[in-house]
Design a binder for this molecule. Structure first.
Ligand SMILES: *Cc1c(COP(=O)(O)O)cnc(C)c1O
Length: 401
């Protein structure tokens, strides 16, 4: 406590963040997660900014599955997996995930952040090349930094640039090359062109890896993910993902792929070796979620119906969105102050939304990001659309007619 200058410099930096409008306050909920949430002040809000795609976060069936696992396996393990922290429920979940994703084996982590943080360093070294999309998630960027492989970056979703990087890595004489991409990019709802990526990987003898955090459970005809959506099941080498979004929403992550890859990670991956095991109630609930969505596509279908409806109606009202089919719907407001004002007006009108502006998205591309859920009712969506219309007219974003 003797270096006062340290604390003053932090205070100054925090003040600057606030001045620049970049400070992120926490929104405190007084209820469970869901299509409707209760704010700390007691107001009920329609929630349009959770990653709760299948509506399972506050869902009672999910909760009951967690309670059953809690009852059977207890609260926790006080151990990493390999010492005495593996229960039958963990093995069952790993096997269910492999079945669901169409892979040979799966390893669980406490978070997808850890899965991505611990996947590169055990598998690749300075002789290898990692070719990564420029908009990949922070956890992929950090994971790549922890590894000695040469780094190549390609412009977001740009297949010509990807090929250029593959050529460069090949000419540099790299031993193994791996192309890494988010299956879906969360700021734009852009879906990676996995069919083309697989083709390029075959042409240049490269491996492929996708992060399915915004896809597992609802992309593709049976919700298996972007690889199903793009028709390349069985052709992706490594799949990482989260249990903290569509697949239940508590926490937890995984890496899935060929047996020898997963076995290597169990021996060498640091977030797996040196961090506590996933709580058994989360493993149990995740198993129940996988079973539920494997039996029926009802939740997935409802999510996509809601998405199609919202995308059509918001454009009809006169807003500009990024085109697409994903439940992430960026409603473009372009200027940062407009996006800020809009989000706070929507909050007053009872809709919880998040605004994004530079540096999170490019300059001049400020937006509010809407995320649809299977839990939203048509009535709730209509209420949200009315609020959009009202706030849009008040702020002169759309025309009165
Ligand atoms: C949310 C997210 C993660 C992190 O997931 P956690 O399980 O919450 O750590 C990783 N990658 C992508 C693409 C994500 O969207």
């Amino acid at each position: 406590m003797s270096d006062q200058a340290f604390y003053s410099s932090l205070q100054q930096k925090l003040a600057t963040l606030k001045d620049e409008g970049l400070f992120k306050p926490e929104r405190v909920l007084a209820s469970r997660q869901g299509a409707e949430v209760v704010a700390q002040d007691g107001r009920t809000l329609i929630n349009m900014c959770a990653n709760n795609y299948l509506g399972l976060s506050g869902d009672v069936e999910t909760q009951k599955a967690a309670a059953a696992a809690l009852e059977k396996y207890g609260y926790g393990l006080s151990s990493v997996r390999f010492i005495c922290g593996t229960q039958t429920v963990h093995k069952e979940l790993e096997s269910a995930l492999s079945n669901f994703l169409g892979t040979e084996d799966t390893i669980l982590y406490a978070a997808a952040f850890d899965a991505n943080g611990g996947v590169f360093e055990p598998l690749f070294d300075e002789n290898d090349a990692i070719i990564s999309d420029a908009l990949n998630h922070a956890s992929i960027i950090d994971g790549v930094r922890l590894c000695k492989a040469a780094r190549y970056r390609y412009a977001n979703n740009d297949m010509a640039d990807l090929e250029k990087q593959l050529v460069a890595a090949t000419e540099a004489g790299k031993r193994h090359k791996i192309i890494v991409t988010d299956g879906v990019f969360s700021m734009d709802g852009t879906i990676a062109q996995l069919d083309k990526i697989v083709e390029l990987a075959e042409k240049y003898g490269a491996l492929t890896m996708i992060d399915e955090s915004h896809a597992s459970g609802f992309m593709g005809a049976t919700g298996r993910g972007t690889h199903e959506h793009c028709g390349v099941i069985g052709k992706i080498d490594i799949i990482t993902g989260t249990l903290g979004k569509a697949l239940g929403g508590a926490m937890g992550g995984f890496t899935s792929g060929k047996k020898e890859v997963i076995e290597t990670l169990r021996q060498k991956s640091r977030p797996y070796l040196f961090s506590n095991t996933l709580a058994p109630m989360i493993a149990g609930a995740s198993l129940a979620v996988l079973e539920r969505i494997s039996k029926s596509t009802e939740l997935r279908d409802r999510l996509h119906e809601n998405t199609a409806y919202f995308r059509k109606e918001i454009e009809r009202i006169g807003f500009t969105i990024k085109p697409g089919t994903h439940p992430v719907v960026p409603v473009m407001l372009f200027e940062a102050p407009v996006a800020q004002k809009f989000a706070s007006r929507m909050f007053e009108l009872g809709v919880l939304l998040s605004g994004f502006f530079y540096p999170v998205v490019p300059m001049g591309q400020a937006r509010v990001r809407v995320q649809l859920s299977a839990a939203h009712t048509r009535e709730q969506l209509d209420t949200v659309l009315k609020a959009f219309e009202q706030a849009g007219k008040e702020l002169g974003i759309i025309q009165n007619n």
